[in-house]
Design a protein around this ligand. Structure first.
Ligand code: PLP
Length: 620
């Protein structure tokens, strides 16, 4: 029974193998055997690479790029669209070199380009040999330096488009272009009035931060015409948003974008490219519904809707079909990375046995113990109510000094035993008590990762990711848990989980095996998470490993990026690790001088300090 809904969200890429382990299927060769994730971890551990690990699967990245480009190409052919598709990858969604370099490589056959939203991102884009027809689309707020570099890059043959986002930028472009005497490739960001539903609703509509409104758009056209640069305005950009849940919102927004495009063409603007920005979503829950963490469409459907809507709108207005551009980030990279960590220990909120009655028991303790005699499926709620009532009364007596510590401990133990019995009766499939109540009884599994470093969106915007045990999946889970991370922050917890029958507040898990690691995997973390993460409690970057899935069921390790050492994270917060070693050594020597420690203690102390400073920031 697939309680975690892996068949729904795993999309045949993430599956459970015969051994009950999470395994990765190679989408580039569906007949190849799936590779067990715990086997990969064991192999990496043998090589000295420890969890927590971000595992990047290169084959998934290649697959998503191919799939998206092919879906657009097939839609173009099916609909009879005359234009081409030229996608760009927004670097901000995952700026890591190993990711960007591979995207450029896998995208080359499709003239896939890059989107830069800042100067550093443009600098990265210009360090890549893109295909001849690929675009570099420059969005965001641009200063003169940004604009100068973008225009100059045209001399090297880059198709760098400066998307004008504000009236001020128009002035700067006119100045720099005339000074350099190079024709820039220009775009304009047109603000759509259609608001798109979902988590990122505010990035669309009138109050969105970027783009020109209709009035500013008309002024810009006039200004460029006056400056003799209107012939350079080739691209209209209308960003649809991010993680758009409902495909009908896509149609509506694309339709509005087309209205602007055809109107601008009518004004004599020689547009050739229509850029629809991001928005293509990821079905994190696998529900296939228009919710915050799911989408009611496939990639194929998205592409068809976009191409069809643009074709109809252009045909109706008698305008040539444009080259279509999208800036999908999330859908391209989310699947390719997963975060894997081990569970360090568990805190239980139940006790397997109850203490026996004692003669001197307070009568409320006897009442609490009596519940064990009438606990049953039909009376669960009543038992829950009684147990909480008596336990709270006993706590009040303890606070007033009427019962002692040992009596209170007996009461708490009886209570925890009652909770264990209630959980037993509630069962795992047919829960007779609420999800909320079950969460109060759930274990806390303390895990070896930092939420703030590795899953910042879970903390900041309640993003949901599938989280599952990587092993024992043929053994029914016998416990429920919420997860806490290794930071000393009570916010560092995960208590919303995607399960087959909806989002629940605790995760079904197994009793932790003895002498064996128990791994959990968090999936679809390739978009936005790596760079948004921060150094809370100085937990640094995790180890990052890029692998390729082989046809024989094995894997190749393509690249390893060691996680931050303690000395590295210290230097990020302005400490000089060498100075710290020297200061520590001074204190050791002073302790020897004042005879608080022996000379031979020096080596032990210095070795321990040095070993820590050079080590991984996570639990080793
Ligand atoms: N393009 C622009 C201008 C954006 O602001 C964003 C993100 O919001 C994207 C592209 C990428 O969007 P997504 O990751 O939803 O595809």
């Amino acid at each position: 029974h697939d309680i975690y809904g892996i068949n729904k969200w795993g999309r045949d890429l993430i599956v459970v193998d015969d051994a009950g382990e999470i395994a990765l299927k190679n989408p580039m060769n569906p007949s190849a055997p799936a590779v067990s994730l715990p086997d990969i971890l064991e192999d990496l551990d043998d090589r000295g690479i420890q969890v927590p690990i971000v595992l990047r699967v290169s084959s998934y990245l290649e697959h998503e790029i191919r799939h998206m480009n092919e879906c657009f190409q097939q839609a173009i052919e099916r609909v009879g669209f005359q234009g081409k598709y030229r996608g760009v990858f927004p670097i901000k969604v995952n700026q890591q070199a190993q990711v960007v370099d591979r995207i450029v490589e896998f995208g080359r056959p499709y003239d896939y380009g890059l989107e830069a939203g800042s100067k550093p991102e443009l600098v990265i884009a210009l360090a890549h040999r893109l295909a001849k027809d690929a675009l570099i689309v420059c969005n965001g707020i641009k200063d003169e330096e940004f604009i100068r570099l973008a225009i100059l890059s045209r001399k090297l043959g880059f198709n760098t488009v400066i998307v004008l986002e504000s009236p001020k930028e128009v002035e700067t472009v006119i100045e720099v272009a005339s000074e350099l005497d190079v024709d820039p490739m220009l775009g304009v960001r047109v603000k759509l009035t259609n608001q798109i539903s979902g988590k990122w609703e505010k990035s669309s509509g009138d109050r969105s931060a970027f783009g020109l409104n209709t009035d500013q758009l008309v002024s810009m056209v006039d200004k460029l015409r006056d400056a003799g640069l209107l012939h350079c305005l080739k691209l209209q950009h209308s960003h649809l948003g991010s993680q758009v849940p409902d495909v009908n919102d896509v149609r509506r927004a694309v339709n509005e974008a087309c209205r602007f495009y055809t109107e601008l063409t009518g004004e004599g603007v020689p547009l050739t490219h229509l850029d629809l920005g991001g928005g293509l979503g990821v079905d994190y829950t696998g529900e296939k519904r228009a919710t915050e963490s799911s989408i009611n469409y496939t990639m194929r459907e998205y592409c068809t809707n976009v191409v069809e809507t643009v074709k109809y709108a252009m045909d109706e207005a008698g305008v040539d079909h444009p080259t279509l551009v999208t800036e999908s980030g999330r859908a391209v990279v989310a699947t390719s990375s997963m975060l894997i960590f081990n569970v360090l220990e568990a805190t239980h909120y139940d006790a397997p046995t109850a203490p026996k009655a004692q003669e001197n028991d307070h009568h409320l303790i006897s009442d609490l113990l009596a519940i064990t005699e009438y606990i049953s499926g039909e009376r669960l709620q009543e038992c829950w109510n009684d147990a909480n009532f008596y336990r709270n009364e006993l706590r009040a007596l303890f606070h007033r000094g009427s019962i002692d510590l040992r009596q209170m401990a007996r009461a708490e133990r009886i209570y925890l035993h009652l909770m264990a019995r209630i959980k037993q009766h509630a069962g795992f499939d047919d829960i007779a008590i609420s999800d909320d109540q079950l969460t109060q009884l759930a274990d806390i599994y303390h895990c070896n990762f930092s939420l703030f470093q590795s899953l910042p969106d879970v903390w900041a915007i309640d993003q949901l990711h599938p989280i599952v045990p990587l092993q024992m999946l043929h053994t029914p889970p016998d416990r429920h848990a919420v997860l806490t991370d290794i930071t000393c922050d009570s916010d560092g917890k995960v208590d919303r989980f995607i399960l087959a029958d909806g989002v629940k507040r605790s995760l079904p898990v197994h009793t932790l095996p003895e002498n064996k690691p128990y791994y959990l995997g968090v999936f679809f973390v390739g978009a936005y998470q790596e760079t948004l993460g921060d150094l809370h409690n100085l937990f640094g970057d995790t180890n990052v490993v890029t692998i390729d899935l082989r046809d024989d069921g094995g894997f190749d390790l393509l690249h390893e990026q060691e996680g931050d050492t303690i000395s590295e994270v210290m230097s990020y917060v302005e400490f000089d690790p060498q100075d710290c070693v020297a200061e520590f050594r001074k204190m050791v020597d002073e302790a020897i001088s004042t005879r608080r420690i022996k000379s031979k203690d020096r080596k032990v102390l210095m070795d321990a300090y040095r070993e820590s400073i050079n080590g991984y920031t996570y639990y080793e």
